[in-house]
Design a protein around this ligand. Sequence first.
Ligand code: ZN
Length: 153
Amino acid sequence: MADLAQLYQSVILDHNRNPRNFHPMTDADRSAEGYNPLCGDRLKVWLRLRNDVIEDVSFEGSGCAISKASASLMTTAVKGKTLVQVQEMFGLFHRMVTGMLEQDAEAKALGKLAVFSGVSQFPTRVKCASLSWHALRNALATPGAKPPVSEEG
Ligand code: ZN
């Protein structure tokens, strides 16, 4: 596992140390939790939608550097994107970390998320990198997750 050091590039270290959008969201429309028993990573993703656009997104949790940095980068990547764009991004990201990307152009389309391309060589790390994405997708798949307001007082 000598190459593992290469996995921890400066971007990953930066996002692990200073995760972006790292806070609960009190006015979120939806949320979902993710747990990766292989590594012990736990996180929760919140998001707020306006029509088909992710207006805001945040996360909180604890885990390894890969899982935390990936969640942080994910929030910066999907904020302001449409649901269709996010689905495309999820598909590309998943194919990248599982080593299924066919062209460099696809990696380029992922922008900064491409720092996780090395993960494909470490199968046990794939779940770490994709945990936040699965949580995001679960949150999106949960309709009307806002708790109903009691009108009876
Ligand atoms: Zn992990």
